[in-house]
Design a protein around this ligand. Structure first.
Ligand SMILES: C[S@@+](CC[C@H](N)C(=O)[O-])C[C@H]1O[C@@H](n2cnc3c(N)ncnc32)[C@H](O)[C@@H]1O
Length: 331
């Protein structure tokens, strides 16, 4: 296998705008599944600005864990499946027996993976115990902090998966080294992450409230020490950790239905749908109120303006999204 390949996977270099929308208004419990005991220290959630946040390692993750947010994460899952043509992962894994999903969120990826691989034991790990309880028998969920030291080196995995830990993690390099030490020789690690900075092929994003939103919110995350753009750096972190057979696949991820290409249009529709599920507020509230001393009302105004710009068919915003996987050498 080649050492690395980088491709833009789903689109021509120039993304064409679909102008046919000019006049179209449609644009628009079982507790035993947890190995950690669900003590009040885990379940006594923080409530702030009308949203609910995790309690275990209070304050270390800045997005809510309430039903609204969990619905958004499930929509994001559909966005990823659409983007990757219904594939849950791209690494060439074979007959995995032991698998972990880092920062599993609602556990939807882990549940789908367990359904597809009944032979595998699948662990979903998160700060928040928000996963469903009616799950396949080969999945279990753990409450744990993946930025702390791991205890898996003596019982390593065949496959370690992480998706959308952008704005969650401070030190991706350290995390990817932990993955290396906790995957079997010959096993695979895959990360699916954003380049959080949006762009527009025609400059239509410049000077908009959407641009202001990302400048303000990503600025606050970065000042607080979080990585907002891990996607383009994953390859280097995988190399530094010692992985081989590293593959980098870059996907264009538009926002909204402005692209003419039907696949990109569908992806863009899902992206807008997840952001409109209160995503702008959910992402901005804690960093701007906790670290930049904005009021809740100020954040809501910025988020509303960003959402309105997102509905403007003349603003052609898109992101890069990276899927990177690598193998621990056999020897
Ligand atoms: C944006 S969500 C993505 C969820 C899921 N991976 C997906 O793709 O749908 C990020 C998740 O990572 C979890 N998380 C953030 N920091 C974490 C940490 N240090 N340890 C464990 N989980 C963490 C959050 O609780 C949240 O559920």
């Amino acid at each position: 296998m080649a050492e690395q390949t980088t491709t833009i996977n789903n689109a021509p270099a120039n993304v064409e705008v679909d102008t046919s929308y000019e006049n179209d208004s449609s644009y628009g419990d079982e507790l035993s599944s947890y190995s950690a005991s669900l003590t009040s220290s885990v379940l006594d959630y923080r409530h702030e600005n009308g949203r609910r946040y995790h309690k275990f390692r209070d304050g270390s993750y800045l997005l809510p864990n309430d039903e609204t947010e969990n619905d958004r994460l499930d929509i994001f899952h559909e966005l990823c499946l659409t983007l990757l043509h219904r594939k849950l992962y791209l690494a060439p894994i074979k007959n995995p027996q032991r698998v972990i999903d880092l920062g599993t969120g609602t556990g939807i990826w882990a549940i789908d993976f367990a359904d597809q691989h009944p032979e595998a034991e699948v662990i979903g790990c998160d700060l928040s115990p928000v996963q469903p309880t009616m799950v396949p028998p080969n999945v279990k969920f753990l409450v744990d902090d993946i930025e702390s030291e791991w205890a898996y080196e003596s019982d390593p995995f065949d496959f370690i998966h992480a998706r959308f830990l952008t704005i969650s993690i401070r030190d991706f390099g350290k995390l990817i080294k932990q993955c290396y030490r906790s995957v079997k020789p010959g096993g695979w690690v895959e990360f699916q992450e954003w380049d959080g900075y949006p762009m527009s092929p025609d400059g239509s994003l410049n000077g908009t409230a959407l641009q202001q939103y990302y400048d303000e919110v990503w600025g606050a995350f970065e000042e607080a020490g979080y990585e907002v753009s891990p996607g383009p750096k994953l390859e280097q972190w995988f190399k530094e950790a010692g992985f081989v057979n590293i593959h980098v696949e870059k996907f264009l991820l538009p926002y909204g239905v402005w692209p003419k290409d039907p696949h990109l249009k569908k992806v863009g529709a899902w992206n807008q749908t997840q952001a409109e599920a209160n995503g702008f507020e959910a992402t901005a509230l804690a960093p701007l109120t906790r670290f930049k001393k904005w009021t809740k009302e100020e954040v809501i105004v910025l988020a509303s303006k960003a959402r309105a710009d997102g509905r403007n068919r003349n603003i052609h915003m898109m992101f890069d999204f990276y899927v990177v996987y690598g193998q621990r050498p056999e020897n």
